[in-house]
Design a protein around this ligand. Structure first.
Ligand SMILES: [Zn+2]
Length: 419
């Protein structure tokens, strides 16, 4: 099953826009109500039932069940009588809101932190339409229930053979988008390691450095746009809150943020495609960039959005049939790619100069070479074909025998357990 998301720009007219905003507000209310129920229930279970807590005491009946997803969904029709406003939104969209709350709740349960939060005014920014009885997209319009046809810019056609599954309406600054989820019933083989390997090191000094010696400087427009942003934010700060002028200025800031976001994403996509042009197997570090974003260059790290870049590279590799893997990042900038000795150097030294074997390379390129070497090692230990046997890739028998061996040994293990 092949699933993709295509995003198109929408141009709702004034009444449609008003209605969409109103729906978001109603859904926000439903979300917050559901969350309140969960929170009350949790708070009322915090102290033992036969004594009183001094701080938190919500007297809910002791046999009251946890307000689960299905309970809350089932309560929607009856609550529509109590709050007729709820009826204005298509019921499936409202159901999705409750589901969204419970996805957040489950995620919180699984990872142990990150309690879902109440959504303030303006923090609810999308609506999900999960089902369509017939294809809602024509050449110029997107048809939504209770809203009619909205003008759409179908800048690229939905490819043939794909069925439209869901539509998410997004609001970014004052712009509207439709993120259309399309599916096609085909099997896509996962790309196997093959061809020319490339290690990619990313950093602030150079946006990226590959093991082939290609260096890409960090783009200049970030800095320019940041300066502009600073100016706009300063102006915003001087406006009186909640005034009409404040709102106007706030919109300007939001638009600029949106522009920065788009420019950056565009740059990332271009770079990812260039990487895929240059090689067939691409390796990157498995760093968690959020950790380094807490350090000295936090702002720059966040601005460059390395995590997003890696996700995009992964996606482009998958789309173009190239192999992608992450390798252990420890010490990639220290190790000598030629002999493996650790050569310590601080950030100001830009050249890797090995005393042991006399290997001289640009610092970032050396890191890229390290990543490539580790990648090759990784795929050879994984049991895939390494660099030398790369030509054997695709011949019958290589992968198949291996997977058969694995499954057989597993079968034996379970049988033994049963005895
Ligand atoms: Zn060396």
């Amino acid at each position: 099953m092949l699933t993709m998301n295509y995003r198109y720009r929408l141009y709702p007219d004034a009444t449609q826009e008003q209605q969409l905003i109103e729906w978001m507000e109603i859904c926000r209310g439903a979300f917050n109500y559901g969350l309140r129920e969960i929170k009350d229930w949790c708070n009322s279970r915090k102290c033992a039932i036969d004594r009183c807590s001094l701080e938190k005491e919500y007297i809910l009946p002791a046999d009251l069940k946890f307000p689960g997803e299905i309970d809350q969904l089932n309560k929607l029709p009856s609550s529509k009588k109590e709050f007729p406003r709820l009826g204005a939104v298509p019921s499936q969209v409202l159901q999705q809101t409750i589901k969204q709350l419970h996805r957040a709740w489950e995620y919180f349960q699984a990872r142990g932190f990150g309690f879902p939060r109440f959504k303030k005014f303006g923090q609810f920014k999308s609506l999900l339409f999960p089902q369509f009885p017939e294809n809602p997209v024509t050449n110029f319009h997107l048809k939504l229930p209770k809203l009619g046809a909205i003008r759409i810019n179908l800048h690229r056609p939905i490819p043939a053979g794909f069925a439209l599954k869901q539509v998410r309406i997004l609001r970014k600054a004052d712009r509207w988008y439709a993120s259309i989820n399309i599916q096609c019933n085909v099997k896509v083989p996962t790309p196997m390691p093959h061809g020319h390997p490339i290690g990619v090191d990313i950093g602030l000094e150079k946006f990226l450095a590959t093991s082939d010696g290609i260096l890409v400087k960090p783009p200049k427009f970030f800095k320019q746009l940041l300066r502009q942003l600073k100016l706009l934010q300063r102006r915003l700060n001087r406006k009186q809150k909640r005034s009409f002028n404040y709102e106007k200025q706030r919109l300007k800031v939001a638009r600029l943020h949106h522009k920065i976001d788009n420019t950056r994403k565009n740059f990332h996509f271009h770079q990812a495609h260039k990487l895929c042009d240059a090689g067939d197997s691409i390796f990157m570090e498995d760093l968690d960039y959020r950790v380094s974003a807490k350090g000295m260059f936090g702002k720059q790290m966040l601005d460059a959005a390395f995590g997003q870049f890696r996700t995009i590279v992964k996606y482009i590799c998958w789309k173009r049939g190239k192999f992608f893997a992450e390798v252990d990042a420890r010490g990639t900038s220290v190790e000598c790619p030629n002999c493996g000795v650790n050569v310590k150097k601080d950030l100001s030294i830009r050249v890797h100069n090995c005393e042991h074997c006399g290997y001289i390379k640009d610092r970032d390129v050396a890191a890229g070479e390290n990543i490539r070497n580790r990648g090759i090692k990784l795929i050879s230990t994984l049991g895939h074909s390494g660099m030398e046997t790369a030509c054997a890739e695709g011949l019958p028998g290589i992968e198949a025998t291996q997977s058969r061996q694995v499954s057989q040994s597993r079968k034996g293990a379970t049988r033994k357990l049963k005895k």
